[in-house]
Design a protein around this ligand. Structure first.
Ligand code: SF4
Length: 307
């Protein structure tokens, strides 16, 4: 049976909470196919230090090494009173068949990497957009894959369980330029959002939580610039932020914590500073002008008032 070891660096535990809500496959279905060597929130019989020694001696194989949280060698962030996350990675990275960085902190450093005096805090393979994470830029695991980043704050549990399942079944996973599985991150949050018609006709939501309107022009929605399948693989199989009337914050991208005013669209002379991916500013302005002139009566009304 393949094995999986989950370790935490500087983390809020959010990805673990997310994993426990996995539904397709469930947490128990996944771990009936794979031996969980250790998880800091779940394992109470095993000690991490004992498992690490066994792996060091080759008494146990390591197929999946999963890291949640940013990596640091600062001793005040030690684990088990002995190892830092950096120590564990140094020992185990050469032994693992696959390394998965789960969440934005492990993928890019994220909020911990912004702490004052944080030059020693990294993502596993990246620090923000640079391949200057803890492991060297050309690092590859024994399987030939680099560190697989499943970014998000937190990640949807299915993004993790489906990636592990695909690898268990020996399927090839294509990665994007940030080493994220393309099957998941080739989509934008915008794809599949139920507010797309409002986006096309430039009808804006006036407030958070309203059923009508798009959140792009005033309320800071980053759906058209954010690689994530949030409107394809729904949260709790039910909804997403943008479906519920909350703007996408772009939490799967490397620059998530570097931005300010998450609920406001930055504009220059009335034009959003950032326009949807793949569209030039000139095209965006032209389309906006046309859409506003050719008003769509139906989408201009409250949904309850339409026939
Ligand atoms: S709310 Fe966001 S994701 Fe939805 S259509 Fe508008 S811009 Fe796109």
């Amino acid at each position: 049976m393949k094995t999986l070891l989950w370790i935490q660096g500087l983390s809020c535990n959010g990805n673990t909470q997310s994993l426990l809500n996995a539904e397709a496959p469930t947490f128990y279905e996944l771990f009936s196919k794979i031996k969980l060597l250790f998880h800091p929130s779940i394992s109470y019989r095993q000690k991490l230090s004992t498992i690490i020694k066994k792996l060091e001696k080759g008494e146990e194989q390591l197929d999946f090494l999963v890291i949640e949280g940013a990596v640091s060698s600062d001793r005040k962030f030690h684990r088990t009173g002995r190892y830092t996350s950096a120590d564990i990675l140094k020992i185990l990275a050469p032994k693992a068949n696959y390394i998965i960085a789960v969440g934005n902190c492990a993928s890019f450093g994220n909020i911990p990497a912004l702490f004052e005096g944080s030059s020693d805090i990294y993502g596993v393979h990246f620090k923000f957009k640079e391949k200057k994470g803890f492991l060297p830029p050309d690092f590859k695991t024994k399987s030939g894959y680099p560190v697989i980043n499943i970014s998000g704050c937190p990640v949807h549990p299915a993004w993790f369980t489906q990636t592990v399942t695909a690898l268990l079944e020996g399927r090839e996973i294509k990665l994007d330029s940030f080493n994220r599985p393309k099957e998941l991150f080739m989509y934008l949050t915008h794809d599949g959002c139920i507010r797309n018609e409002y986006f096309e006709w430039k009808v804006e939501s006036e407030e958070f939580g309203h059923k009508e309107g798009c959140l792009f022009y005033n309320l800071g929605c980053r759906g058209p610039m954010t690689h994530a399948p949030c409107n394809k693989i729904l949260w709790n199989r039910t909804s997403s932020k943008t479906r519920a009337g909350m703007p996408c914050l772009g939490c799967t991208e490397f620059d998530f914590p570097l931005r300010e005013n998450y609920f406001e669209t930055k504009k220059n002379m009335g034009i959003p500073e950032e326009v949807p991916l793949g569209v030039s500013k000139r095209t965006y302005i032209t389309i906006t002008g046309v859409a506003k002139t050719l008003k769509n009566e139906r989408v201009s009304k409250k949904l309850e008032e339409t026939d």
